[in-house]
Design a protein around this ligand. Structure first.
Ligand code: H2U
Ligand code: ZN
Length: 351
């Protein structure tokens, strides 16, 4: 178990922190940001987007890149990705060489438009619209989890994260294999359960509620923290307060509370640098085929690249590529900055 009172030097001197979900270490160098830092203030983005864009592949009624026409949808629209990364029924013969190993994969990819509105992002949608997005995540995991080993729900938001379109959307990739990150998390949670008889993330959550240092958002059913081992400056982890292993196990009340937490958290992000905060966000829950369901806790990771302003990002280069992940700003400092942000969206205040 983690001790609640660690020395202040953790906030001042270089040290490594362990990511208990991946088993990897992260180098922290807080001495590099010793002076109080106020971040550079940018004036709010001037670009005004229109609620419908005739050139957008995802707007209602428009034709997509391969010619298919979108229905005149309102709210959510799910469709099969026209350029899927995974295809059904692809077979490779296994390689005999231990040097050039290969595995056959099959799966499907879907795109999930969050709203018919081209100009809004998740934190700007009304709460009931965010609730419907959560509802569709749950439905998709239930449906595809029956067929595939792993269902990855995710959103790449913003050009900085490689999103191809500003229309609010996420993706669903389902495949017949367990990807690397899931294997790591499965192993770490299983090992902890074997040793302690309790869930890794349930114990971690208890610690974070007691310490409050890294808490950003909390409500009746969920919380969001900048995890102890965060790599990205403002990375967060969303956890359910009740022990639930997978999306298929959450109640209607928990879905509503999750929508509320997400809207607040993502609004804080946008307010931090007065910009539409880019990130990659995704959900991890127990794989349906897992033999270790009792050790798993459902959770979401949010990985935003921004560091100091709407345009200054953290790069994962030199040392990160060649040695290990490193950060300057401590997770405690990042959580404090996010807590100071309002849950009222800056665009709604300045309009
Ligand atoms: P990203 O913005 O995260 O790249 O997601 C958009 C997805 O939408 C992308 O995977 C798909 C792309 O293949 N897409 C279509 O399926 N049809 C289109 O007409 C445009 C984009
Ligand atoms: Zn659009």
């Amino acid at each position: 178990m983690i001790s609640a009172d660690y020395s202040m030097t953790f906030l001042e001197d270089p040290h490594r922190r362990k990511n208990i979900l991946s088993g990897e270490w992260v180098l922290n160098s807080p001495q590099r940001t010793k002076r109080p830092w106020n971040g550079s203030i940018h004036s709010p983005e001037g670009k005004k987007r229109t609620s419908y864009d005739s050139q957008c592949y995802l707007c209602p009624g428009n034709s997509r890149a391969e010619g298919e026409q979108n229905p005149d949808y309102k709210g959510i629209f799910v469709f099969a990705n026209d350029f899927p990364a995974l295809l059904p029924d692809i077979e490779f013969s296994e390689s005999e060489s231990p040097l050039l190993q290969v595995q056959s994969v099959s799966g499907i990819c879907r795109v999930l438009c969050f709203s018919e509105r081209h100009d809004l992002t998740l934190p700007e949608l009304e709460l009931d619209a965010v609730e419907r997005v959560v509802g569709v995540w749950v439905e998709q995991v239930k449906e595809l989890g029956e067929i595939f080993k792993w269902v990855q729900i995710f959103e790449n938001k913003g050009e900085m994260m490689g999103s191809s379109n500003p229309h609010p959307h996420g993706q669903i990739w389902a495949g017949n294999f367990l990807p690397n990150e899931i294997c790591r998390e499965d192993r770490q949670q299983r090992d902890y359960f074997k040793t302690h008889g309790t869930q890794l993330l349930a114990d971690y959550l208890e610690h974070e509620i007691r310490s409050k240092e890294r808490l950003v958002e909390i409500n009746e059913h969920w919380l969001a923290v900048v995890p102890w081992w965060a790599v990205w400056p403002f990375e967060t982890l969303i956890l359910p307060k009740r022990q639930v292993a997978c999306f298929s196990g959450i109640t209607g009340d928990e879905q509503s509370a999750l929508a509320e937490l997400l809207k607040n958290l993502l609004t804080r992000y946008d307010n931090l640098f007065q910009t539409s905060f880019p990130y990659s966000m995704g959900w991890h829950g127990t794989p349906f085929s897992s033999l270790s369901k009792e050790s798993w806790t459902l959770h979401a990771h949010i990985f935003p690249p921004l560091l100091r302003s709407a345009s200054i990002r953290k790069f994962m280069v030199g040392y990160e590529m060649l040695a290990e992940a490193q950060r300057d700003l401590t997770p405690e400092h990042a959580a404090g900055l996010l807590r100071e942000c309002s849950t009222q969206h800056y665009l709604k205040r300045t309009l």
